[in-house]
Write a protein that binds this ligand. Sequence first.
Ligand SMILES: Cc1ncc(COP(=O)(O)O)c(C=O)c1O
Length: 429
Amino acid sequence: MSGKDAFTTEEVAGLKSSDKITLVRARGSLVWDDTGKEYIDCTAQAWSNNLGANDPRVVEAAIAQTREMMHIRPNFDSLPRRALVKKLREIAPGNLNQIGFALHGSLAGEMAMKLAVKNRPGAQNLIVLQDGYHGRSLATLGASWPHPNNPFLPIQPRFTRVPHPYPYRSRLGMDPEMESQLCLGLLEDAIVKGVDGPVAAVMMEPIQGNGGHIEFPRSYYKGVREICDRHGILFILDEVQTGFGRMGTMWASEYYDVLPDIIVFGKGVGGGFPLAGILADDRLTWFDEGEDALTFGHFPVSLAAGVATIEAIQADNLCAKAKESGEYATQRLLEMQKRHKLIGEVRCPGLMVSFELVTDREKKTPARHESQEVYRLGVERGVLFGESRYAGLGNLIKIKPPLDIERPLLARALDVLDEVLGIIEENVK
Ligand SMILES: Cc1ncc(COP(=O)(O)O)c(C=O)c1O
């Protein structure tokens, strides 16, 4: 078959648009830039390549579907849609068997909000957590951590934000369990007295990814479920980052043993293709025609890629691999913590690995500049670490590579980390 090759640097010569690294190629956990430099990708490209980049099974499935039919509007059904629904139902927790698709996590989040409001007629409020992140569409931006000088505020839906536990920095130095109970109490207060009119849903991430990798005590998840049940409110879990094996289990819901009414998924499911959606409880009334239809919402190439991705995650046992690699990375980080004062707290589970950098362990002073240095020196040495530039305290480094990263690559990335932490600490002496 004849076809055009990938773009070459010559074709775009003279058109360097920014000072960002230009990536041209990826395989598994490795990416290359336009100068040929190789990097170990500890970001899995926004934590989306749960399966290593360009997996041939996904590429082949997408090409096969592209050859048959590339675009099918949602007024029609398609074979890849039916196959993906079947596959998702196999792995969906509990009775979350109703499935809707979108191409972005943000729009899937909005789909979840719409379904919640549809099923709680008259409810006027949605509750989200401070430091939560659900995307950058108009509505999800409003539901995400406060954006300073947010220019879109006048036309955004309003959400009620409630405080959440932050075990490493618990309020008044409280025991994390006590803080969890305090925050549950504040959530219930907000539902009963803090809002005008009924609440449709509480929406939260299991671990706040973008907002600072904050995991809550286990009691918090069950507590939110109980409060929602007590008040007839739907519980939406945004698993865009945590789904499809990242936590060492298929879902965070499984990991925390808590069943929400709606799961929002995205990122890892498409194997690199844009794909997102929701899993909703059987008992919820689904959308009527026209309430949730996007031109490319059932993009068959992405749906076919999704089926191949989930099959590969299962065939390659990636949940178990994420658990093993996560334990290895965490142990290495805990060992480094003994030698590097900059490491404040190491967090997991699975390959949702991160650590906070602090200049003073007692005061837990966020080491923002040093975190940027870790990123910069990592790039120089061929490792892309995840950073937290936006929300949170700006002092987090994330290690969230593809779940099938080979051990020598993960070990090399951690060696580089060890080295750059040493350099940074040496420079501030
Ligand atoms: C938890 C969570 N929800 C939603 C989103 C939004 O997904 P997308 O960028 O695909 O719209 C993200 C993206 O980072 C996310 O981390």
